[in-house]
Design a protein around this ligand. Structure first.
Ligand code: ADP
Ligand code: MG
Length: 266
């Protein structure tokens, strides 16, 4: 090995060992730029370290988004508040900042089917990922099935520990299918453990009075509602289904286009 090459070979070895991949990739090209800029050594080092830090944050955020297992990635940019005036936009915007997660407060999204509850839950949870929170998205039935399976396979404790490590647990679509007694109890345990330790975000098409029907027990439902609704932000969506109004609008547009064509060809 040429004596001149020795420091860079060693440097690259150390950067790899210290797990600094961005610095490894950037140290040489950035040195050229800094030489041209006549930047001093601390400035060069600062810029190099900044790049490593930014890349590391980006990788961590990507990892958190992957681990959150979103059904689809929806963000707030594509949400049209005008078409759903019943939704409190100011509250949603405040929740996007994620302080509720630090305070371990819950979010409930209640309303008819198709009013954007899942979209908003994804957008809020996505925003939480972006500010460094560990998030996991489940449909309620998906989680209940996983809890039941893991209990049968004697790995319930491991799953419970995984869930407890989260800052925010999203439970989408409460109310579509009622649970078995065991399923309801296992879900109740997750919600109980989360109380004042983690944030829950629950979406449901059922008003509170009807939650009994899903959990099958008035006592359990009462205790559960008590825990979820204590320190909780409620977003209500009472409008029409976005899909339905969208489809109607499109078919109206199509019809009027056909009318134009017909008038022109007549
Ligand atoms: P819900 O969970 O309340 O049944 P979804 O969030 O699944 O409703 O919404 C159904 C579809 O309509 C999704 O594709 C969603 O992105 C879209 N959607 C609903 N409301 C809006 C809105 N206000 N702006 C943009 N897209 C919307
Ligand atoms: Mg939904």
């Amino acid at each position: 090995m040429n004596e001149k090459d020795k420091p860079t070979v060693l440097l690259e070895f150390y950067l790899k060992k210290l797990r600094l991949p961005t610095m490894l990739r950037e140290y040489a090209p950035l040195a050229v730029v800094c030489r041209e800029d006549r930047s001093d050594f601390p400035t060069y080092l600062l810029r190099l370290v900044e790049r490593e830090l930014l890349d590391r944050e980006k990788r961590a955020s990507e990892r958190r988004i992957k681990e959150a297992a979103f059904p689809v990635v929806k963000t707030i940019d594509t949400f049209d508040f005008k078409s759903q005036p019943s939704i409190n936009e100011q509250l949603v915007r405040e929740l996007l900042r994620g302080e509720y997660v630090d305070k371990k407060e819950n979010v409930l999204l209640i309303g008819n089917s198709g009013t954007g509850k899942t979209h908003l839950a994804c957008a809020l949870a996505f925003a939480a990922c972006a500010i460094g929170k560990n998030v996991r998205f489940y449909t309620v039935n998906g989680l209940v099935t996983e809890l039941l399976e893991s209990r049968d396979e004697k790995r319930l404790q491991r799953l419970q520990k995984q869930l407890q490590r989260l800052h925010l647990l999203v439970l989408d679509e409460l109310g579509y299918v009622p649970f078995s007694k065991t399923g309801a109890e296992l879900l109740f345990e997750v919600i109980s453990r989360a109380y004042e330790h983690q944030s829950l975000m629950v979406t449901s098409n059922l008003p509170f009075e009807e939650w009994n029907e899903v959990f099958g027990s008035e006592r359990l439902t009462g205790a559960l509602l008590d825990r979820i609704t204590h320190r909780c932000h409620i977003i209500e969506a009472n409008g029409n289904s976005y899909r339905l109004s969208h489809a109607k609008k499109q078919s109206r547009q199509k019809r009027s286009q056909t009318d134009i064509v017909n008038t022109v060809t007549e």
